[in-house]
Design a protein around this ligand. Structure first.
Ligand SMILES: [Mg+2]
Length: 362
């Protein structure tokens, strides 16, 4: 891929407002398709799993709107343009709310997190230098990674809380801004949840109700800051890990890899984006994906939520994840944990199996 030679500054607060809006309205499209009873399920080529009209319509809408607002921005999505280009966009650029989040609001959390950021910066060198506000980025360094509907295999089975809309932004190859929207809640499937975050500003949660159509009500929702994990504590040697494991792809091999880090308790959770959100929210300690299959758009949005919380994310070679614009889109497995020490303990316990896990990739 040719590098983006355009240079143009985009406001961080505006961009977050825009991608929150697009993710939440995409959730409405997913609900609409689900209720229509004809979700248009098809199998993708090369065993890539199912795709539905919802996946295609959402990608069409997000991509169309981002291109209308930011024509020079590099936007990359999971689905092939040939499969969704014929869907007319149903979200109008003029309706997008650009002021849900203000830069002052973000800056106030940045200031409050200053001591915490001093710790995080040792690991996340891509974050803004000390006392520098993160208020804009240049399109020439940025790529937007979209997974319009993550958890399609769960969606087609009706495991609705597994479904997420993922919009992530990488800058110079690192995840920096992300939105993970669950259109269907765990308990009440008529209500959704939106998480967004950056390292600098932290992780935030907003409740979403599609019935609320009034713009004032949309804008006046509470934007709740989530206190991050302790970045320096270490688990006790006998720590029992709560591990997220798939609903739809839980093989005997996967089970034995998870059990090798015993003691563990396994929590079955659908969707890669949804599993990451559950690590960020502290529901589980870790999520591992020791095989191929994850792509940049599966992780860019959700990894930044974990980084915002002080969590730690690597591939199976213990390398930080990167999202280069000209990369092959493939991640070499995944190990995420609530902080670097928890991650280190998982890697130590996995050691007897690690050579076999890595051999799969190189
Ligand atoms: Mg998808």
């Amino acid at each position: 891929m040719v590098e983006n030679s355009n240079s143009e500054q985009i406001s961080v607060a505006e961009f977050i407002s825009v991608i929150v809006y697009l993710a939440e309205k995409s959730g409405n499209i997913i609900r609409e398709v689900y209720r229509s009873k004809d979700i248009g399920q098809e199998e993708k080529d090369f065993g890539q799993g199912p795709v539905t009209i919802a996946d295609l319509r959402v990608q069409r809408n997000i991509e169309y709107n981002l291109k209308q607002l930011y024509p020079t921005l590099n936007v990359q999505g999971e689905e092939d343009p040939a499969t969704y280009a014929h869907f007319p966009p149903t979200i109008a650029p003029a309706d997008i709310t650009k002021t849900l989040i203000s830069q002052d609001f973000l800056n106030s959390f940045h200031a409050k997190r200053a001591p915490y950021l001093d710790q995080l910066r040792k690991v996340y060198s891509e974050s803004s230098p000390d006392a520098t506000v993160f208020d804009k980025f240049d399109v020439k360094d940025a790529v937007v990674w979209i997974d319009p509907l993550d958890g399609t295999s769960d969606f087609v089975k009706g495991n609705l809380p597994a479904v997420t809309v993922l919009i992530g932004l990488s800058i110079k190859g690192h995840s920096r801004i992300g939105v993970v929207h669950n259109p269907f809640g765990d308990e009440d499937q008529s209500k959704g949840r939106t998480l967004f975050g950056t390292i600098e500003h932290g992780l935030f949660r907003i409740e979403y109700d599609e019935e609320v159509k009034d713009r004032e009500a949309y804008l006046s929702r509470e934007i709740k800051y989530i206190e991050p994990f302790n970045f320096t504590d270490s688990p006790p040697e006998d720590h029992s890990f709560t591990v997220a494991a798939s609903l739809s792809h839980f093989s005997a091999q996967m089970k034995s890899i998870i059990e090798s880090i015993h003691p563990v308790s396994i929590k079955r959770i659908g969707g890669a984006g949804n599993k990451c959100a559950n690590v960020a929210l502290g529901v589980v300690d870790t999520y591992m994906h020791p095989t191929a299959g994850l792509k940049y758009w599966d992780l860019c949005a959700s990894e930044i939520l974990i980084k915002a919380m002080g969590g730690y994310t690597t591939n199976v070679f213990e390398e930080r994840l990167t999202y280069p614009a000209d990369g092959d889109r493939q991640l070499q497995g995944l190990i995420i944990a609530r902080n670097p020490q928890y991650h280190g303990m998982i890697v130590r316990r996995l050691a007897p199996l690690m050579q076999g896990i890595r051999a799969f990739f190189r």
